[in-house]
Ligand binder design. Structure first.
Ligand SMILES: *[C@@H]1O[C@H](CO)[C@@H](O)[C@H](O)[C@H]1NC(C)=O
Ligand SMILES: *[C@@H]1O[C@H](CO)[C@@H](O)[C@H](O)[C@H]1NC(C)=O
Ligand SMILES: *[C@@H]1O[C@H](CO)[C@@H](O)[C@H](O)[C@H]1NC(C)=O
Ligand SMILES: *[C@@H]1O[C@H](CO)[C@@H](O)[C@H](O)[C@H]1NC(C)=O
Ligand SMILES: *[C@@H]1O[C@H](CO)[C@@H](O)[C@H](O)[C@H]1NC(C)=O
Ligand SMILES: *[C@@H]1O[C@H](CO)[C@@H](O)[C@H](O)[C@H]1NC(C)=O
Ligand SMILES: *[C@@H]1O[C@H](CO)[C@@H](O)[C@H](O)[C@H]1NC(C)=O
Ligand SMILES: *[C@@H]1O[C@H](CO)[C@@H](O)[C@H](O)[C@H]1NC(C)=O
Ligand SMILES: *[C@@H]1O[C@H](CO)[C@@H](O)[C@H](O)[C@H]1NC(C)=O
Ligand SMILES: *[C@@H]1O[C@H](CO)[C@@H](O)[C@H](O)[C@H]1NC(C)=O
Ligand SMILES: *[C@@H]1O[C@H](CO)[C@@H](O)[C@H](O)[C@H]1NC(C)=O
Length: 663
C-alpha cells in the first residue's frame, strides 16, 4: 500500500557470447552467517529512519492461563471422501506476492536485461515446490501509471512526483514497455505468472496501453488484469466525488469493458479481476448487489478483494488526523492466535461461496499484517510467519483461490523481502523476512498437484494457540499442519499431537519444523534447519544444513506422536510423495516457453541463480555453463533469437553488483 520506494541496485551484465559461462563467487554463501547479530545492529544503527531495517524487538506475550492442554489427539480419515467441509482444490502457489508498481524496478529487476538474482532465487524456491508463482504488480500506483514508448536516458520508469492528493503518498509513475519485457524475461527463468492493473483514475480518458502490451508480450504468463484498486477508497482519497458508490464503479467498469472490446490489441477479454475492494467503506456484497457478476461474467477472470487487518497510519502520517499512534507491543497478541486469520476471512465467506457458484476464483489481491507500513516488531517478527501461515491456510480452507503478500518500499516493515539500500548494495544482500517463510512453507504444505483440499481441524478442543489443519491431495490425506503460538524458552509449553490417521496408517512420517526462539525473533528463523539469515544477509537461497525429523508411528494403533515446540510450526508429511515434493532435486530445471522450442528444457545448476555480493566474481572460476554449445551438443545457431536474452541475463548472474541511483 504505502511505498515511497526502495533505492535501486543492479547487477551488471557481461556481453552475450556464444558460449555462456556462469561465474559464481565462492564466498557468496560462506561469507554470510545466519543470525549475525553484530552486523544487524551496525546496519540498523545507520538506517533507523528506514522502517524496513528497523531494529524493534518486542516482548513475546505472556503465557495464557489456563495453558492449552499439552497432549491431544487429532482423529483423521485417510480419504477425502469421508470428510465433510473440505475446501475446494488448491494450488501450492496459493501464496503469491503483490509488488507495489512503483518499486518493481527495485525488487524484480532494473530493466529487461538486469534482473535481481536474489529475487529470482526466492521465487525459484517457491516455483520448485508449487509449480509456479503468482505475482501481482500494482497497488495504489497502478491507477495513475502511464505507459509511454520511451523515456530519456534509457530509463524504464519515472517516479518524479508524489501524488500529494493520495494519503498513502504513492508516487505517480510513467513506465515503458521494457517493464513488461522484464517480467517476461523473469518468467523465462522462473515460472511466474503476472497480474497487472489497468489504470482507472480516469475512465473518460482511458490508458489501455498496459493491457495491450502485456497481452502481446506476456501471453499466458499474464494471469489477469485488475480493473480498480480499492475502489471503495477512491472517494476518501479524493480520486472521485464523495458520492462515489458501487453503482458508479459498476458503470465505469462497463465503460472500460466496451473500450477493451473495441481494441483489437487486447485479444483476451475474459481476464479482468474485480472489484478488489479494501472492504473499508464497501463490502463485497455492496458490489454484488449491483448485479456486477451476471453483468460482467464474460469479462471476469476472477473476483477479488484486498485487506489488511489493521493499520499503522497514525504513526506513518502523524499530521494526517489518524489519532494517537498504536504501540506495536499492545497489538502483538492480535497476530498470535488462530482467531486472527478466521476474523479476517469471516466477512468473505459469503463471497467465496458466491464466487464458486459463479465459477470464478476468489483472490485476496493484496494483504499483509497492517497497512500504512505495518508495525515494527510485529510485521517483521517470527509471530508474523506463524500468523501468515495460519491466515493463508485459513483462506485456503475458506475457498479463496490465492492471496498476494504485499511488498512495498523501505518505509514498510512488512515486506517479505527487501533489497539493501543503495550505498550498501556492494557489501550487503537482501533481507528475507519471516513472512517469506510463510509463503515458502505454504508451497510445501499444499504441494505441486493443484489438488490440495484443506480442513481447519479446530484441534485441541479449539484452543486458539494450538491450531491444526489437515491437507488432502488427490483425495488422500497427505499432510498435517500444526501450530504452537506460545513462547516458552523453558520448553514446558511444547505439545504432543497424537495424529490418528485411521486405518492403514504409515510406519513413519516425516516432519519439518519452522522454528525460532521467540515469536518476537526477527532473523534467527529456520525451516527444516535452514535459514535466510540476518538483516541484509541473504542471496535468496536457503543456507545451512537441511534437517527433517522422522517419527516412528504405532501401526497397531494407527497413531503418530508429533511434538511442536513453543513457538513453532510442524508440517507432518503423512504420504511419502508429499515429502518428496517438498524436497525438490538439488538441480533446478526451468521449463521456458522460449527454450522448449529448441532444447526442451534448460537445466541450470542451482548456483546459476546464486548471486555474489560483489567484487571479484570473475576470477573465481566457472561453476556451470548454460550454453548447449559448450556441452558440445549443438551449435548456438539453434538457439532462438529471444533465447539470447536469457543467456545474456545468465551471463550477468553472480558477477558483480554495481550501484546506481534512480531519481
Ligand atoms: C566454446 O568454448 C570452447 C572453449 O573455449 C571452444 O572450443 C568452442 O569452440 C566454443 N563454442 C562455441 C560455440 O563458440
Ligand atoms: C538496463 O539498466 C542498466 C543499468 O541502468 C543499463 O546499463 C542498461 O543499458 C539497461 N538496459 C536497457 C535495455 O535499457
Ligand atoms: C490520471 O492519471 C494520469 C497520469 O498520472 C494523469 O495525467 C491524469 O490527470 C489523471 N486523471 C485524473 C482525472 O486525475
Ligand atoms: C471504437 O473504436 C472506433 C474507431 O476507433 C471509435 O470510433 C469508437 O468511438 C470506439 N467505441 C468505443 C465504445 O470506444
Ligand atoms: C450474500 O451476498 C448476497 C449478495 O450480496 C446477499 O444477497 C446475501 O444476503 C448474502 N448472504 C449472507 C449470508 O450474508
Ligand atoms: C486473538 O486474536 C484476535 C484477533 O486478532 C484478538 O482480537 C484477540 O484479542 C486475541 N486473543 C488473545 C487472547 O490475545
Ligand atoms: C468450501 O467449498 C466447499 C465446496 O463447495 C464447501 O463444501 C465448503 O463448505 C466451503 N468451505 C467454507 C469454509 O465455506
Ligand atoms: C549510506 O547512506 C546513509 C544515508 O544517506 C548514510 O547515513 C550512511 O553513512 C551511508 N553509508 C555508507 C557506508 O556510505
Ligand atoms: C496447476 O495449475 C496451473 C495453473 O492453472 C497449471 O499451469 C499447472 O499445469 C497445473 N499443474 C498440474 C500438476 O496440473
Ligand atoms: C537461534 O535460535 C535457536 C532456537 O530456535 C537457539 O538455539 C539459538 O541459540 C539461536 N541463535 C542465536 C544466535 O540467537
Ligand atoms: C528480454 O527482453 C528484451 C527486451 O529488452 C527482449 O528483446 C528479449 O527478447 C527478452 N527475452 C525474453 C526471453 O523474453
Amino acid at each position: 500500500m504505502l511505498a515511497r520506494g526502495f533505492l535501486a541496485l543492479a547487477c551488471c551484465l557481461l556481453p552475450a557470447a556464444a558460449n555462456v559461462t556462469v561465474y559464481f563467487q565462492n564466498g557468496a554463501v560462506t561469507d554470510i552467517q545466519p543470525g549475525a547479530t553484530a552486523i544487524s545492529t551496525a546496519i540498523s544503527a545507520q538506517y533507523t529512519n528506514d522502517a524496513a531495517f528497523n531494529n524493534v524487538v518486542l516482548v513475546a506475550p505472556p503465557l495464557p492461563s489456563p495453558a492449552p492442554p499439552q497432549q491431544f489427539t487429532i482423529q483423521l480419515q485417510q480419504s477425502a471422501a469421508s470428510v465433510t467441509g473440505l475446501s475446494i482444490q488448491q494450488s501450492g502457489a496459493f501464496y503469491g506476492f503483490s509488488i507495489e508498481f512503483s518499486v518493481v524496478t527495485q525488487v524484480v529487476g532494473a530493466n529487461s536485461t538486469r534482473l535481481f538474482v536474489p529475487f529470482l532465487n526466492l521465487m525459484s524456491l517457491i516455483a520448485e515446490r508449487a509449480g509456479h508463482v503468482a505475482i501481482r504488480v500494482g497497488g495504489n500506483s497502478q491507477d495513475t501509471a502511464t505507459l509511454v514508448d520511451s523515456l530519456p536516458d534509457n530509463e524504464v520508469m519515472e517516479k518524479d512526483k508524489l501524488d500529494t492528493s493520495n494519503p498513502t503518498q504513492t508516487p505517480t509513475l510513467i513506465f515503458t514497455p521494457d517493464i513488461i519485457y522484464m517480467l517476461n524475461n523473469v518468467s523465462a527463468l522462473v515460472n511466474i505468472g503476472w497480474y497487472l492493473g489497468i489504470p482507472m483514475n480516469d475512465t473518460t480518458d482511458l490508458r489501455l496501453g498496459i493491457a495491450e502490451v502485456a497481452e502481446g508480450v506476456l501471453g499466458d504468463r499474464l494471469f489477469g488484469l485488475q480493473l480498480g484498486n480499492e475502489p471503495d477508497l477512491y472517494a476518501g482519497h479524493g480520486h472521485r466525488p464523495s458520492t462515489y458508490g458501487p453503482f458508479d464503479y459498476f458503470g465505469e467498469f462497463g465503460v472500460v469493458i466496451a473500450a477493451i472490446a473495441n481494441d483489437s490489441s487486447i485479444p483476451v477479454r475474459n481476464n479482468l479481476i474485480a472489484p478488489s475492494v479494501a472492504t473499508g467503506p464497501w463490502t463485497p456484497e455492496d458490489v454484488w448487489n449491483t448485479g456486477f457478476i451476471p453483468a460482467y461474467t464474460a469479462s471476469l477472470g476472477a473476483l477479488a478483494v484486498e485487506h489488511y487487518p489493521d493499520d499503522n497510519c497514525a504513526a506513518a502520517f502523524p499530521d494526517a488526523g489518524f489519532g494517537a499512534p498504536i504501540d506495536p507491543q499492545t497489538i502483538f497478541s492480535n497476530y498470535l492466535n488462530h482467531t486472527a486469520g478466521i476474523a479476517i476471512v469471516a466477512p468473505y465467506l459469503n463471497s467465496t461461496n458466491i464466487a464458486q457458484q459463479a465459477g470464478k476464483p476468489f483472490l485476496m489481491m493484496e494483504t499483509n499484517t497492517a497497512s500504512c507500513g505495518g508495525f515494527p516488531g510485529v510485521s517483521d517478527s517470527f509471530g508474523s510467519a506463524l500468523w501468515g501461515l495460519d491466515y493463508g491456510l485459513q483462506m485456503a480452507y475458506s475457498n479463496f483461490s490465492g492471496a498476494m503478500l504485499h511488498v512495498g518500499g523501505t518505509d514498510d516493515t512488512y515486506n517479505p523481502f527487501t533489497p539493501p539500500p543503495t550505498n550498501q548494495s556492494q557489501f550487503h544482500q537482501w533481507s528475507v523476512a519471516p513472512l517469506y517463510y510463510s509463503a515458502l512453507v505454504m508451497a510445501e504444505a499444499l504441494g505441486p498437484t493443484n489438488t490440495s483440499q484443506i480442513m481447519d481441524l479446530q484441534a485441541n478442543a479449539g484452543n486458539i494457540y494450538t491450531p491444526a489443519y489437515s491437507i488432502y491431495e488427490s483425495g488422500t490425506l497427505a499432510r498435517v499442519a500444526l501450530f504452537n503460538y506460545l513462547t516458552d524458552p523453558s520448553g514446558a509449553s511444547s505439545y504432543t499431537a497424537t495424529i490418528n490417521v485411521g486405518s492403514g496408517g504409515p510406519a513413519q512420517v516425516t516432519v519439518k519444523y519452522l522454528t525460532a526462539p521467540s515469536v518476537a525473533e526477527k532473523f534467527n528463523i529456520t525451516w527444516a534447519g535452514q535459514t535466510f539469515g540476518g538483516l541484509l544477509a541473504s542471496d535468496g537461497r536457503l543456507q545451512g544444513t537441511y534437517s527433517q525429523q522422522t517419527v516412528t508411528c504405532d501401526q497397531s494403533a494407527n497413531t503418530c506422536d508429533v511434538q511442536v515446540p513453543a513457538p513453532g510450526f510442524a508440517l507432518v508429511f503423512v504420504s511419502g510423495t508429499a515429502a518428496q515434493d517438498a524436497n525438490p532435486a538439488s538441480t533446478a530445471t526451468f521449463p521456458t516457453t522460449v527454450l522448449t522450442k529448441t532444447v526442451n528444457t534448460v537445466t541450470v545448476d542451482p548456483s546459476v541463480l546464486a548471486t555474489s555480493n560483489g567484487q571479484s566474481g570473475m576470477d573465481r572460476g566457472a561453476l556451470g555453463s548454460t550454453s548447449k554449445g559448450s556441452a558440445g551438443a549443438a551449435s548456438p545457431a539453434v538457439v532462438a533469437p529471444a533465447a539470447a536474452g536469457i543467456l545474456a541475463l545468465l551471463a550477468g548472474v553472480g558477477v558483480l553488483f554495481e550501484v546506481y541511483r534512480r531519481v
